[in-house]
Design a protein around this ligand. Structure first.
Ligand SMILES: [Zn+2]
Length: 506
C-alpha cells in the first residue's frame, strides 16, 4: 500500500506543483468569486431594500444581511458582543427663520436663505459689517469681533459652500458671530436658489451632533440684494464698488455698519442607525488592526421623473460592501486552514456616508480598537463600474490617498497589484487639489485626518451616479471581482508582513 501511495504522489505532485503552484494569498483570493459577489449584490441593491436610506427600513435590512454574513463566517461581534455599533443621528428641518432690519421682516426661503442645522437662542440682535469679498486685506481697519459679517460672492449654487469655505472660515477666525453671504446673482436667480435649497432641506438634514441652541453661527445666511441694501441703507452697486476697490482706498471702512435681529429655529427628530462590524483576530501581531470599510447606506427613494423611484445604489456602494464581505470570507478561509492573518482585521460597513460620513466619523470618535493600533484603512466606495474615460480600455481602478501618509503603503499596493491582479492604477483623483476633492469625500478621510494611512478605491463618476439607474444590471462583475482581489492582496501583505507600515509623510 505504501508503495502505491508513493507512486500516486509521484505522478500527482509534479503536475500540481509545477503547473499550478499558488501562493497562499492567491489560493484565498480565488474564494472571491463573481457568483458570490452577484448573489449578495443582487440582494443589497434589490427594490425590496428601497435604496438603503440612512435610518430607513431598507438600511436596517441591509445591516441585518451583513451581520448575518459576518455571523455565518464566524467573525467576532466586537461591540459588546454585537455586530452593530449604534450611530444616533438627528434629522433637522428648518423651523421659523427670519432676519429683521429697520422694522421689516425677511423670511427664510424668500428674501433670505439659511443653510445650517442648529437653532439660535431665540431672537438675537447684532451689528452688521460689510467686509467686501472677505479676503485678509479686506479686514484692514475693520472690527468684526462678535459682529455679523456680510461678504460678497460671485455665484449662488450648492458649490458655493465649498468654494466659499475660505472667506467664511476666515470671517469666523476673525471672531464674527455669524456669517452672511451676499451674492451678485439677481433676485430671479436668488429665488431659484431659495426654492432649490428649500426642497433639499425640507427632506431633513442629517447631523451627528444634537443640534444645540446657540449654534446657529455654524450655518450661513444668504441675502437677496434688496435685503443688504436695506441693512446698510445704501445701493447694491455702492456695496459692490466698495468691495472691488483697492483695500488702500479704505472704502469698506467708510460704510456705516447696519443693525439686525435674526432668529433660527429648527425642528429635529432622532434617527437611529448603525455601523456593522465583524472582527477577525490576528495571531502574533493581533494588537494591530487593519480596517476595511465601505458604506452600505444609500440615498433611498426620490422622485426621478421616470417611473422608477428607487435608488438601488448597486455601484454606490453595494459593490464596495460586497467586496468587504468577500474579503472577510477569504481571510476566514485562510485562518481555518492555518494561514490566519498575523495582524487583526476589522471589516466595517458604515452608515450615514451619503449625508456626511457620519458612520466613520462616529467610529473614529468612538473606536472599538485604539486608533494608535490601527495600522491602515482600505476604503471602497464604488468599484463595480467603468467610467467614460476607461470605456474599451484595460481594467483599472482609481487609487486615491495611498501615498499621502505612508510611502510603504503606496509601494505595497503597487507591488501587490503588479504581482497579481495587474489592474491599471489611475491616480487622476489623487491630487489633493483636484476639484472633486475625493481625498476628503468618503469614509477613509475620517481615518486619514487622524494620521492613519488610507487607500481609497473608486471607479469614477458615471452618468448613473446618485440616479435610479445605478442598477445591478450595469455592474461588471468580472471587473468588480478583479478589484476586490487587488484589495485583498494589499490587505494580505499589510496584515502578514513583519513590520507595521511606517507613517513617514505628513
Ligand atoms: Zn458612495
Amino acid at each position: 500500500m505504501k508503495q502505491l501511495i508513493l507512486l500516486i504522489s509521484f505522478f500527482v505532485v509534479p503536475i500540481t506543483g509545477f503547473c499550478q503552484y499558488k501562493s497562499p494569498a492567491q489560493k484565498y483570493a480565488e474564494t472571491i468569486t463573481v457568483d458570490d459577489l452577484k448573489d449578495g449584490l443582487t440582494i443589497l441593491a434589490s427594490d425590496a431594500l428601497e435604496g438603503r436610506e440612512t435610518g430607513s427600513r431598507g438600511q436596517k435590512m441591509a445591516a441585518a444581511f451583513i451581520a448575518n454574513h459576518f455571523e455565518q463566517l464566524g467573525l467576532q461581534a466586537p461591540v459588546n458582543g454585537s455586530y452593530y455599533q449604534p450611530v444616533d443621528l438627528y434629522s433637522v428641518t428648518p423651523g421659523e427663520i427670519f432676519i429683521r432690519s429697520s422694522g421689516i421682516q425677511y423670511n427664510n426661503f424668500k428674501d433670505v436663505v439659511y443653510y445650517g442645522s442648529a437653532p439660535s437662542n431665540g431672537i438675537v440682535s447684532g451689528e452688521v459689517v460689510f467686509v467686501g469679498k472677505g479676503t485678509e486685506a479686506d479686514y484692514a481697519g475693520l472690527t468684526v469681533k462678535d459682529k455679523v459679517v456680510v461678504l460678497l460672492s460671485d455665484a449662488l449654487s450648492f458649490n458655493l459652500f465649498s468654494a466659499l469655505r475660505t472667506p467664511v472660515t476666515l470671517a469666523r477666525e476673525k471672531g464674527a458671530s455669524l456669517v452672511m453671504v451676499l451674492s451678485t446673482s439677481n433676485s430671479n436667480e436668488f429665488g431659484q436658489f431659495a426654492t432649490q435649497l428649500q426642497g433639499f432641506l425640507s427632506e431633513g438634514n442629517l447631523t451627528l451632533d444634537k443640534p444645540n441652541s446657540g449654534n446657529a453661527n455654524k450655518g450661513v445666511f444668504f441675502l437677496n440684494q434688496p435685503v443688504a441694501e436695506k441693512i446698510f441703507n445704501t445701493t447694491f452697486s455702492k456695496l459692490t464698488k466698495a468691495a472691488t476697490e483697492s483695500p488702500k482706498s479704505k472704502s469698506l471702512t467708510k460704510l456705516k455698519p447696519g443693525k439686525i435681529e435674526y432668529q433660527v429655529s429648527m425642528d429635529s427628530r432622532s434617527v437611529k442607525s448603525e455601523n456593522v462590524l465583524g472582527f477577525l483576530e490576528g495571531t502574533d501581531k493581533k494588537e494591530e488592526v487593519i480596517v476595511i470599510t465601505a458604506h452600505y447606506d444609500h440615498i433611498g427613494i426620490r422622485d426621478s421623473g421616470s417611473g422608477d423611484r428607487i435608488n438601488n445604489g448597486a455601484d454606490d456602494d453595494a459593490s464596495g460592501t460586497m467586496a468587504v464581505l468577500e474579503m472577510a470570507e477569504a481571510f476566514v478561509q485562510a485562518k481555518k486552514e492555518g494561514n490566519g492573518p498575523r495582524r487583526s482585521l476589522l471589516f466595517m460597513t458604515v452608515t450615514g456616508e451619503e449625508q456626511g460620513l457620519f458612520g466613520s466619523q462616529y467610529y473614529v470618535e468612538n473606536p472599538v480598537y485604539p486608533l494608535a493600533q490601527t495600522v491602515a484603512n482600505l476604503n471602497i466606495d464604488m468599484i463595480g463600474r467603468r467610467d467614460g474615460e476607461h470605456a474599451g480600455k484595460p481594467d483599472y481602478v482609481y487609487v486615491i490617498g495611498s501615498d499621502k501618509l505612508s510611502s510603504e503603503l503606496h509601494e505595497i499596493n503597487e507591488r501587490s497589484n503588479s504581482s497579481y491582479t495587474k489592474l491599471v492604477f489611475d491616480y487622476t483623483y489623487n491630487d489633493e487639489n483636484h476639484p472633486t476633492n475625493l481625498y476628503k469625500r468618503s469614509d477613509h478621510w475620517n481615518f486619514a485626518k487622524n494620521g492613519i494611512p488610507i487607500i481609497f478605491y473608486f471607479d469614477g463618476i458615471h452618468e448613473d451616479y446618485h440616479q435610479v439607474t445605478d442598477e445591478v444590471s450595469k455592474i461588471e462583475f468580472d471587473l468588480l471581482a478583479a478589484r476586490a482581489k487587488s484589495l485583498f492582496y494589499t490587505a494580505w501583505e499589510l496584515v502578514n508582513r513583519e513590520d507595521r507600515i511606517k507613517v513617514d509623510r505628513k
